[in-house]
Design a protein around this ligand. Sequence first.
Ligand code: KG4
Ligand code: ZN
Length: 331
Amino acid sequence: MNILAIETSCDETSAAVVVDGREVLSNIIESQIPIHKVYGGVVPEIASRNHLMKISDVVDKALEKAKMTFDDVDKIAVTYGPGLVGALLVGVNYAKGLCFALNKPIVPVNHMLGHLSSPLITYKDLKPPYIALVVSGGHTYLAKMLDYTILEVVGETRDDAIGEAYDKVARTLNFEYPGGPKIDKAAKLGDPNKIKFPRVYLEKDSLDFSFSGIKSAVLNYVNSEKMKGNEIDVNSVAAGFQEAVLEVVVEKSRRALELYGYDKIVIAGGVAANTRLREMFDELSQKTGIGVYYPDFEYCTDNAAMIGAAAYYLEGSDDPLTLNAEPGLRL
Ligand code: KG4
Ligand code: ZN
């Protein structure tokens, strides 16, 4: 099954060719980060315009790299939500046009299911059931993955996503967008125990998260130090912040594994690229024997290969023209 997949939900224009859900023949990613950097975050209108300019070329490159033509493609998969509506519409309409013209089935894919499917590319024998943790720029979920496309959300953020917290704290520390990777790097040079930020666990048995308080805690710390005329130890702030959020994420994941009796956890989304997160989950794995599965780095942040991986397990539709973008789509 040759799937051509398209992803345009945020600031990456991406197209991929994936065979049988696991073998990636091409995964072209045109990142708009350099364009949005100057604004300190993604500007939706600019994202849509750049997707429009790039999409056709990116799809052609994906086919070329896979040494295929449209004739070789069995199905066309596309992210239809969640994401920025204008950005999603570019990919959705492009895929609809292709499917209509070529008479091929369309497979609408939830972006978050795409993230959750990214480790399937890395681990060819990985099969549900397992616990899934999504840590991305827009979402934070803990779920029971019952099958490839059937899941039950058991915890989610009540306010900011974890990646959003990373990006906001990075801004406070004057790091460029996107701040997650910069905090990751700076934290390695800092002392995680120098500044103790709050660990937010919410109610005793809750598997939900809250990341908006820590963002204010970091801002208050930085402002009060500045007012006292003290120099900010940026690396230790980054390390202290990271330790506080990741400790909660790892502990809640451990509880979910124990509560539901699972022995595997799959971690996906942009923040799954974080080195400290991987260290902490590796420690958990060594202590408890649970299996921890991360995507390869290139499949952590937004890409079309993960959409092609998810699409393999989903039904296609022969009626492409009714599909619409759903910016608020839930997992
Ligand atoms: O999954 P993703 O590409 O976008 C959404 O679907 O939301 O994730 C992007 C997020 C950004 O917040 C970025 O700062 C964060 O992932 N990120 C990281 C790292 N690499 C990317 N956060 C922490 N450490 C990293 N190494
Ligand atoms: Zn994403």
